[in-house]
Each structure stands twice: as structure tokens, then as C-alpha cells.
Design a protein around this ligand. Structure first.
Ligand code: COA
Length: 209
């Protein structure tokens, strides 16, 4: 990718992906994910079958971002699907909610009707220009679920772009310092009601919302 810092000020193109588009672009999308999350090379091979399976889930939606000078090369990806009690993530989060003492009627209310924001990543060279927020807004703008839930790694002082974006978008704590089975790291589960609030910066933004 170009390292010209001015390149990414240009308006990105945002486009919805069909499951077939998503699967066709999977190597490029997984490369964004591995680079953005700083995972070891090779992680994409483990993730590919899972991402492909996700694309068949009920209520699945994916949005990609590309830059006008390279419309065929995605620089960002966001996707998710409607949550349901048969999913591993749902079961893990339910356990986490029980551990922190949330009453069962509150747990049922939260997990009854939600969209799981499963992945949101922007290539590091394209970060810091509002592309992540534009992807988030486009992914969520037509959702009919009552809430959106996500999990993100805990970081000291919530000091990274993901945390700043989620807080700016109004996400609140559901469970903190949760350890999913099979992953030693601590995660936060965050959520908020839908729809998202109108974008306060829409007047100043160069990117489509
Ligand atoms: C989290 C992530 C998707 C956010 O995407 P992004 O495009 O970098 O971030 P945003 O859309 O929030 O951009 C906002 C930043 O751009 C700046 N910006 C510049 N122009 C902007 C505009 N027109 N509109 C909004 N923000 C703008 C903001 O000041 C802000 O800077 P800051 O983060 O230093 O405070 C991305 O940083 C990423 O992939 N991170 C690594 C992977 C990750 O953690 N994913 C989430 C895991 S759950």
C-alpha cells in the first residue's frame, strides 16, 4: 500500500458485500484483519472457514471500504449478524453476564434481540480518517434489532482507536475483563441501543456516512 499520508483523506467508497462477494474477497479482507490486529501471519488461514461460515448466518451483513484510486482493493471491513442462543459467542457472553451478577431477566432482555458486530477493521495505513466510523454507521443504519453488542480487547485507559470509536458512538459496558474460552486475553463486551444517534460531525466529514 502507498505510504502517502494524504492519500486517505480522499473519500472512501463504501459498499455492501453479498456473501459471494465476501467469500471472493476473503484473502484481502483477512489480510486487513491480521494487519490491523497485529496477529501473526497465518492467522488468516484459521479464520477463513469461520468467516465464510458466518456469511451464511441469519441477518448477516458486511460493508467494505476502498479508496477511489484503487476501488478493487478493500482497506476496511465490518460485518456482523443477528445473535441467537445457539451461537458460541452468545453462550459465552451469557456466562459472563451471570458471573458479573446481572439478573436473568436483564440478561434475557439484552440477548433477546441484538446484532453482533463481529469484526471491524481498517488497514493501519488508512486509519485515522473516519473510515472505521463510516463503516460502523453504514453497517448499523438499517438494522432492526433492539441493540448492538460487540467484544473488544481490554487496553489500558481504553486508549486505542477502537475504544475511542465505540465510546464516541455511545457504546456502554455490558461485561468488563471477560475471558472467552480458549483465549487468555481479557475482553470488554460493549453494547448500545439501536439506532445509532445521528452523526454530530456529518457537516465536517469528508467521508460518506
Ligand atoms: C478500530 C478501527 C476500525 C477504527 O477505524 P479508524 O478508521 O482508524 O477510526 P475512526 O473512523 O474512528 O477514525 C477516527 C479518527 O480519525 C480522525 N478523523 C479524521 N478525519 C475524520 C472524519 N472525517 N470523521 C471522523 N474522524 C476523522 C479522528 O480524529 C480520529 O482520530 P483518533 O482515533 O486519533 O482520535 C481501526 O482503528 C482498526 O482497525 N484498529 C485495529 C483493529 C481493531 O482494534 N478493531 C476493532 C476490534 S473490536
Amino acid at each position: 500500500m502507498s505510504t502517502d499520508p494524504n492519500r486517505y483523506v480522499a473519500k472512501p467508497i463504501l459498499f455492501d458485500l453479498t456473501p459471494a462477494d465476501f467469500r471472493a474477497h476473503l484473502p484481502a479482507l483477512l489480510s486487513i484483519y491480521v494487519t490491523a490486529m497485529r496477529y501473526p501471519r497465518g492467522t488468516e488461514h484459521h479464520r477463513a472457514p469461520m468467516w465464510s461460515e458466518h456469511a451464511g448466518r441469519s441477518g448477516w451483513k458486511a460493508v467494505a471500504a476502498a479508496l477511489p484510486d484503487a476501488p478493487g482493493t478493500p482497506v476496511g471491513i465490518a460485518y456482523g449478524y443477528r445473535g441467537n442462543p445457539h451461537q458460541w459467542w452468545n453462550q459465552q457472553v451469557r456466562t459472563g453476564m451471570r458471573h458479573v451478577g446481572l439478573p436473568s431477566d436483564r440478561i434475557d432482555e439484552i440477548l433477546d434481540d441484538y446484532f453482533e458486530l463481529t469484526e471491524l477493521h481498517v488497514h493501519p495505513e488508512a486509519q485515522g480518517h473516519g473510515i472505521g466510523e463510516a463503516l460502523l454507521r453504514r453497517l448499523l443504519h438499517d438494522r432492526t434489532e433492539r441493540t448492538v453488542l460487540l467484544s473488544t480487547p481490554e487496553v489500558p485507559e481504553e486508549d486505542n482507536r477502537a475504544w475511542r470509536l465505540y465510546r464516541r458512538a455511545g457504546f456502554e459496558d455490558v461485561v468488563r475483563r471477560f475471558v472467552f474460552t480458549g483465549d487468555a486475553r481479557a475482553f470488554a463486551v460493549l453494547g448500545r441501543r439501536l439506532p445509532l444517534d445521528p452523526d454530530p460531525s456529518s457537516g465536517r466529514s469528508e467521508v460518506p456516512r
